[in-house]
Design a protein around this ligand. Sequence first.
Ligand SMILES: Nc1ncnc2c1ncn2[C@@H]1O[C@H](COP(=O)(O)OP(=O)(O)OP(=O)(O)O)[C@@H](O)[C@H]1O
Ligand code: SF4
Ligand SMILES: [Mg+2]
Length: 380
Amino acid sequence: MEAMITLASRQLDAQNSLLTIQDLKKYFPAKKSHFATRRDRIRNFRRIEPSPPNETVSDNSYSGDRKRLYVKAVDGVSFSINRSEIFALVGESGCGKTTIARMIVGLLRPTSGKILFQGKEMNPRNRKLLKQMRRNVQIIFQDPYSSLDPTMSIGRSISEPLASFGFPKGERKARVQQLLVEVGLRAEDAEKRPREFSGGQRQRIAVARALAVNPQLIIADEPVSALDISVRAQILNLLLDLKDRKNISFLLIAHDLSMVRHIADRVAVMHLGRIVELSDNSGFFETTLHPYSNALLSAVPIPDPAKKRERLVLKGELPNPINPPSGCRFHTRCVKKFDSCDKIDPQLLEYNPGHYVACLLYNQSGKETQSTLNTGNLVS
Ligand SMILES: Nc1ncnc2c1ncn2[C@@H]1O[C@H](COP(=O)(O)OP(=O)(O)OP(=O)(O)O)[C@@H](O)[C@H]1O
Ligand code: SF4
Ligand SMILES: [Mg+2]
């Protein structure tokens, strides 16, 4: 049988991409608050899994501890982002989207896995490469107000990154004014404080600040979810314009699939720390494969009143990332679940060219494995 291609193996060829992440994991030590009740705590501590493998990321070694439990916030994620591409990461709250973003910009150390920028692996000891990465990868957060110092004029806020990266002092003022105009504000706004702007304008300021040092990739973590619907489209169009005009790539983290459909080139759906589907925009929205993606999509209104979509309501809670369900992590809520789903952990495999899915319904080698139940990712 023709071997199916896993996304992780394809990443190894992705030297030409701007950013590549390979088998990235982040396990946080669990706190008591992660268990709802004393009974839950006892039950979960009895179900302690074997220690996570002793894996290393650059010089960041991680060794599991039998007595500790870990929140598997990100549990083996691989993807790459191309130049001048908007790559969207979607999924329910708590599935690990922001944790990935924080690892990429160096705010969190991965437990294991690799992050490569322009083919070079990030290594905390390589300061030159880290500095280059910090300049080239900027992040915009959901709430622009909390990321701007209320006591500083926005001109000063925008010129801060210019100062850190050695932009000549005499040219900073003109650069700030140019950036403000580029994001649709006025040059004279530089003297004002953040409180003098609306939410949408503040997000434009955050975009101007991210643009200051000419980054190649901007991570936008829910950039419009705190804004009024009326200004969301303006900010999204600004991102699209920057992509086209300046060839900037974006990692767009979002809940709203209708917005993703409008602007993303490729889409990855995350569930409980893993990617379950990844495809280009048309492949994803026209031939959605994974039952979880279908449930997320069923909540998106269709603009054509003649068409109707059946709403698939996800039943049950998002499982605890400390003890993810055995086999397919989605089996406790999946309407298509069958016998093997709680025993075999599906891999992310290429089903159609460029369209990957982690579901046993589409996994031919998985089907074979179901009949023999002695190979693959069988969970004991
Ligand atoms: N510093 C931390 N310590 C312990 N657990 C954490 C920490 N940061 C995040 N987590 C846990 O990791 C998981 C993923 O969190 P993350 O913030 O990445 O989710 P998210 O997909 O961005 O969610 P949202 O859509 O609500 O922003 C959650 O279960 C969260 O509780
Ligand atoms: S593997 Fe089974 S439980 Fe998981 S998504 Fe596919 S059908 Fe549903
Ligand atoms: Mg988040």
